[in-house]
Design a protein around this ligand. Structure first.
Ligand code: OXD
Ligand code: MN
Length: 588
């Protein structure tokens, strides 16, 4: 007798009409076959899906060029279809589930004709973790099948684990015609189901990532008492060999991957990598907050990544352990057959094709790589991978960092007065927008906990859930805000960032262990400058003070912006958040 999984796949095949169905076993041998298909059979426009790169310089490396209109997340086409609009909240697009299904049925009918339907059984989280979830995604493009193999624990074992169960998470994906007018990313939290059509871009198409591990999982977390967050997980080892684990939320393309792979400039300190994008946080039996990374791969922004900014990542891309490594929408050095992007060290190669494969002209600020070009690589390649990565229990979190890209106003590091105040800091977080989603770049938008595009339900309830989580924790982590991006009057970054960020992290670790005091300001606790370890750094006292400047009047607009943002949530906004805003105003 057919299993619920087989029945579901069969139903989707009746709707989408693929020429064949391929149940993926997740093996390396299979990945080679799928790559071959992507090089020789499947195409986007005139381009094959994959181009084989120089295997000496980039072992297992392949270049993928997307459809030109399909380069980032499309937030305006992303919907969360709860039974009622108020559950989705002002932070989500909402459509009635029945209506959404009717619309998508029309767009999906026969969309896989002439194509292969890949069936991808995958696990989010370590299979032995009590927090892991079994999922299945269907897709009609080799790029997505291969990317899912890098990002998730995919394979036959998951099919066996699902067996006769019905409670697996389902994702139906088709690139359709890559038509932005026929593109939707629809979430049905009540049914553990995501239906995505018209895009092959990571955040829209690798359904285990944003769609499932954040939007659907955050809703699960609300109902079950845990958190699904847009966070890095790292361990910081001090000179005595003690490791303190931190989780850090930052909006897309604000340096989470660099933070996850930071190489310390402080002797004796070392950063261990556990995750660069998503954390599932549960209350452990010991009353502490425990984190797992549900993914096993990195899908990072390429431009700006270099031996100077992130040497660890450059080595990771060349480690050649787990097949394959993908580069999406990078430029191509036609002389060496290597990928290239803006910000890579060395001279700009003379003979480049741009991210669409056209000869590149170095003029008018014309970018060779797309600003949101990406690499996709197994976390197994990372030499700083924590030995706890494979621990199904995860790691206990001592501090939560919340950051954004703020050229003005926000100090380098601020500690919340307590959990509730930390939640307020997170809820009022803002950041200047980047190329990770299609919108105007560089405008300030409120992005609470860096979850605005990813919280699968009303954020008013989300803040309430965070406050409740604090109640359930015997020893809640301390919450900090961080900002590496403050600029001076000349538009220059004051703080050098990257490896030097360890100095701010050290202060955070010192606070966690009660080794240093702090100075109280209206916005939270900041370091006594003497407690910051700045030896070997070229930063004048004056510039250092600038990093922590708080001008009450400069905060007026900020407070107004927060107030306006909070108002949207009406009755769902916890009174405690309003109280914290009133206190901030009074203190300023
Ligand atoms: C990502 C994003 O790809 O946040 O991680 O957009
Ligand atoms: Mn992200």
């Amino acid at each position: 007798m057919a299993t619920p999984l087989e029945n579901w796949v069969e139903e989707q095949a009746m709707l989408t009409e693929p020429k064949r169905i391929w149940w993926c076993d997740g093996s390396e041998e299979e990945a080679h076959r799928i790559i071959e298909i992507g090089m020789n059979e499947e195409k986007i426009g005139n381009h094959p899906i994959f181009h084989k790169l120089n295997q000496t310089a980039y072992p297992f490396g392949y270049l993928h060029r997307s459809h030109p209109t399909d380069v980032a997340r499309t937030e305006h086409l992303t919907y969360v279809c709860h039974s009622e609009g108020t559950l989705a909240g002002p932070n989500n697009n909402w459509m009635d589930p029945g209506e959404a299904k009717e619309l998508l049925t029309g767009l999906t009918k026969g969309c896989m004709k002439g194509r292969t339907m890949y069936v991808l059984p995958y696990m989010m989280g370590h299979p032995d973790s009590p927090y892991a979830k079994a999922c299945v995604q269907l897709t009609d493009v080799s790029y997505v099948a291969i990317s899912m193999r890098i990002m998730t624990r995919m394979g036959k074992k998951v099919t066996e684990k699902i067996g006769k169960r019905e409670d697996f998470f389902k994702g139906l994906h088709s690139v359709g015609e890559f038509d932005p007018n026929r593109r939707f990313i629809m979430h049905f939290p009540g049914e553990h189901f995501v239906w995505s059509i018209g895009s092959g871009y990571g955040g829209n198409a690798l359904l285990g990532k944003k769609c499932f591990s954040l939007r659907i999982a955050s809703w699960q977390g609300l109902k079950e008492g845990w958190l699904a967050e847009h966070m890095v997980i790292i361990g910081i080892e001090d000179p005595d060999g003690n490791i303190t684990y931190l989780a850090a939320a930052m909006p897309s393309a604000c340096g989470k991957t660099n933070l996850a792979m930071l190489e310390s400039t402080l002797p004796g300190y070392k950063v261990w990598t556990l995750g660069d994008d998503i954390a599932w946080l549960n209350v452990g039996p010991d009353g502490r907050l425990w984190a797992i990374n549900p993914e096993i791969g990195l899908f990072g922004v390429a431009p700006g990544t270099s031996m100077k900014t992130n040497p660890n990542m450059m080595r990771t891309l060349k480690a050649g352990k787990f097949f394959p490594v993908l580069f999406t929408n990078a430029a191509l050095n036609l002389d060496t057959n290597e990928p290239w992007w803006e910000g890579m060290e060395g001279e700009v190669p003379g003979n480049l094709s741009d991210w669409q494969g056209n000869p590149w002209e170095n003029s008018n600020g014309n970018k060779a790589a797309h600003p949101n070009s990406r690499f996709t690589v197994s976390i197994e390649h990372v030499s700083t991978l924590s030995k706890e990565f494979k621990n199904p229990k995860g790691v206990p979190i001592s501090a939560i960092l919340i950051g954004g890209r703020r050229s003005q106003l926000i100090p380098l590091v601020v500690e919340g007065f307590n959990w509730q105040h930390g939640v307020f800091i997170g809820a009022s977080n803002g950041s200047e927008t980047t190329a990770a989603a299609l919108h105007k770049i560089g405008v300030l938008r409120r992005d609470p906990m860096a979850m605005l595009p990813f919280c699968g339900y009303n954020m008013g309830h989300y803040f309430g859930h965070w406050l409740n989580m604090g109640e359930k924790l015997a020893s809640p982590p301390r919450i900090f805000s961080v900002n590496w991006f403050r600029m001076d009057e000349n538009g220059e970054f004051i703080w050098p960032g990257f490896g030097e960020n360890i100095r701010a992290l050290k202060w955070i670790v010192d606070r966690v262990h009660g080794r240093v005091g702090a100075r109280e300001t209206p916005v939270g606790l900041v370091p006594h400058l003497k407690d910051l370890e700045l030896d070997g750094m070229n930063l004048s006292e004056e510039r250092l003070e600038k990093l922590f400047e708080i001008h009450p009047r400069a905060w007026d607009d900020e407070v107004l912006g927060i107030e306006k943002f909070f108002e949207q949530f009406g009755q769902t906004m916890p009174e405690m958040m309003w109280g914290a805003l009133r206190t901030l105003k009074a203190n300023l």
